[in-house]
Structure formats: C-alpha cells, structure tokens
Write a protein that binds this ligand. Sequence first.
Ligand code: NAD
Ligand code: UGA
Length: 442
Amino acid sequence: MRIAMIGGGYVGLVSATCFAEFGLNVNVVETNPDRLNALKKGKIPIYEPGLDILVNNNIKANRLKFFDKIEEAIPECEAIFIAVGTPPRNGDGHADMTYVHQAALQIATHLKQYAVIVTKSTVPVGTSRRIAQIIRQKNPDLEFDVASNPEFLREGDAIKDCMNPDRVIIGIEKDKEDQGKKAQDVMIRLYQPLFQRETPILFTNLESAELAKYASNCFLAMKLSYVNELADLCEQVGGNIEDITKGMGLDPRIGKYFLQPGPGFGGSCFPKDTLALIRIAQEAGSPVRMIEMAAQANDARKTSMSGRIIQLCEGNVNNKTIAILGLTFKPDTDDMRESSSLPIIHRLVEEGAIIKAFDPIGNDKAKPLLPRSVQYCNSIQDAATDADALVILTEWNEFRSLSTNNLKSWMKQPLVIDLRNIYNPRVMKDQGIQYHSVGRPQ
Ligand code: NAD
Ligand code: UGA
C-alpha cells in the first residue's frame, strides 16, 4: 500500500515514519526547503527520541521518500494525509486554515486516481467537508473520499504513541450513499497492524472525529489548570499537592496522569487548541465555559511565575544572575512553542536580571524568541556559576540528580526554585539548599 503525507513536521514526519515502519510505502511532501533537504539526507530537523534511527532505516528500506512536488508524491497513493500546521489565526484565536486549504487545493490540482484525503492536522469542525468542497470545485470529475483521523501523539513520546496508541479515531462520511464504506476499507487496511494489536479503533462521522481531538486536549488542559490552582491553594492553606494528587489519582475515575503542577501548560497544542475550541463553541452559541476558565488560569499562571521568582529573590532581581535550567515546553523535545520559559524570562530581563540559560537541546531554537541579553550555557555548571538563584523550568532527566555540594560551591547563594517539583524539599533543606517548589510545604 502506498500513501502520501503532506507536511513533514512533528506530526507528519513521525506518522509517516511509523506507517513506513509498519511496511507501507510513504511519500512525504515538505515545502520548507531546509527541512526537505535535511530529510532527504536522513537528517532529522526536529528532536524526537528514537526518530533518527527509524527514519534512516525506512529510507534505506526504500519505504520512506521525501518530495517537494506533490505531483511526484501522490500517484498510486490510496490515502493522502494532510499534516500541516494549524496555528492560531492572528487576532481571533481561531485555527489558521491557510495551510490546510492550500494542501487541499494542491491535491485537487494533481490527483488523478481515487484516494481518501485524510486530515491528520487538528482542525475545526467542518474542515473535512470544506476540503471535499475545495477538491470538488477544482476537480469535479475526481472520485475521492474524505476522512478525519486526528493525531494524539505527545512530543517526546511520539514514536511510542504512534506505534502503540491508546486509540485511533477515524471520521468518515457516514451520510454518503455507501456510508463511507470505500474510505473505511482503505483506513482499515492502513491501520491493519494496529487492528492486529487490538488497539481500539473507533469509526465515527467526520464532525465527531474532528471534535474528539479538541475535546481530548481541552479536557487535559482543564485537568492541568485545576491541579495548578489546587497547588496555589495548598501554598495558602498548608496542604501538599503531591499527597493530594496521589490520593486523587488512586480513584480510577480521576486517573493518576496529568496531575503534575508546574509553571503552566505550553506547547504547540494545548494553548492553541483551547483557544480554538473556545472560539468554535462561542460561534456555535454553545460556550465551553470551563475551557475558557482553564485557558485564562493558564495565561495568568505563566505570567505570575516570574513574580514568584522575583519575590523569592527578595523582591528584586535587578543585576542578579538567574540560572535557568530548561527552556523547552517539556523535556525530550526541542519545541519552544508557547513554552512557559518565554514569558518568565522576558519579564525577568525587563526587571534587570542577568539570565544564564541551559537547555540540553533547546538553546538554538530558543535564541530567536528570547531577549538578546540572555546568555546560553553548555552545562548546568556553566549556568549555575555565580548565580543568585537557580530556576528549574523543564524537567529534563539530567536535572534530576544535581549535586547539592556542587550547587553550593558554584552559586553565590544556594537558592533553588523548582517549578517542576523534581526534588524532595526535606532532603534539599537538610543539604543546605534554600529550596522552593510548587504546592508543597517548603
Ligand atoms: P509543524 O509546523 O511542525 O509541521 C508542519 C509542516 O508542514 C511544516 O514543516 C511545513 O513546512 C509543512 N507544510 C505546510 N504546508 C505544506 C504544504 N502545502 N505541502 C507540504 N508541506 C507543507 O506542525 P506539527 O507540530 O507537525 O503540527 C501539525 C498538525 O498536527 C497541527 O494541526 C497540530 O495541531 C497537530 N498535532 C500536533 C501534535 C504535536 O505534538 N506537534 C500532536 C498532535 C496533533
Ligand atoms: C499534547 C497531548 O498530550 C497529546 O495527546 C496531543 O496529541 C498533543 O498535545 C497535540 O495535540 O499536539 P504535548 O503538547 O506534546 O501533547 O505534551 P504534553 O505531555 O501533553 O504536555 C503539554 C504541557 O502540559 C507541557 O507544557 C507539560 O509540561 C504540561 N504538563 C503535562 C504539566 O504541567 N503537568 C502534567 O502532569 C502533564
């Protein structure tokens, strides 16, 4: 079976590689020349653990190919996936559909055989039908179907999530004369390896599949805002968020995942998808008020975190050196999109702080997004040397075993502000560190 993937970014590249790993022939179309050239040479333009080897194995096996021209990539393909970006549209928070619509138009212009056009990008309800309309207008004689197959992978765990997902959701045109049967057959063949693994595969209509993606991301975002506010409450009334979330998580109706408080959720998806669902729901006259509150709480949290750091530095960071450990929105990715580190560092610099930042992978991608005065370091020691405070913003594994003796000798004073709760407050205190974390007694 041959398929095409339009877009070779985080989702397109990972999904294409995993389909190739399952034995399909996959043609990836990528318009960004730097990305494309790197990919053609087997160089991975993003950081995702395990992806490098898989991409190169599948290039060698001739199952994974990269193209700039869609007309060279889509002949003989039974399914064409659209995995381009859907960033927030300037000004109003709706998803910007420019890239998706462009891709649809390109497919319409060049497709000659029957294929299922599958939306993998996260898109507003109605997009698959809009894609069908674009294709029909441009190429009225073409026989095709549309399907919605949202992606649920997490950056940093993308290969695992893609090869072994919790579920696959596939929306098809159930209102068609054949009830979308032809499209369903193609999708079943495509996902055959997962059927064999007994992965739950849910067929539904287009609208439900499109909405299920936003519904899932927004539910998780809501869980996070709730736990972050509970952590704040703990600080006021004396609870310990770690014990509370452990207790909550033992109830299977709540579940133990996504209960880790932090400096606010970031990334390319939760912030933009909460905003998009809010707008979709407002326009439909059926607001999702809990998501509105969750997004507001998260925005407020990201800005308030810098205030917390300033306060712990005796209310003044002017001319103080702050070591920042971690810049990316989560570990095991180089993605800086909507990372909490951005508003935090901008504010600290505005207040006169000297920032020495170290991220194991993200330094380069962070540079264009942060003030010029930020100094980028190559090691924890480099960042911590002569610092007045050290702030942990991303829980990279290599930050989990800091030597307190080293910190005491490197830093001006051993003040550690851990916004990811990766250390035990009592142990840190016993070892002479002024340690502050989130929602736990200090
Ligand atoms: P990305 O920006 O990393 O990748 C998109 C790629 O598409 C870019 O490389 C761009 O050059 C390319 N592109 C744009 N138009 C093109 C065209 N017409 N032809 C060929 N290539 C084109 O974005 P991403 O993070 O991979 O996200 C893609 C979609 O998947 C978004 O809708 C996102 O919400 C969704 N999603 C992302 C994740 C994630 O973890 N990043 C997870 C699930 C879903
Ligand atoms: C998220 C979802 O988990 C994926 O299922 C989804 O496919 C993806 O968005 C998407 O649509 O793009 P991702 O953004 O890669 O994946 O990363 P997450 O692990 O979900 O983390 C998101 C943010 O929440 C990060 O800033 C992370 O630090 C924060 N987080 C996560 C917490 O603060 N606490 C937690 O317990 C979990």
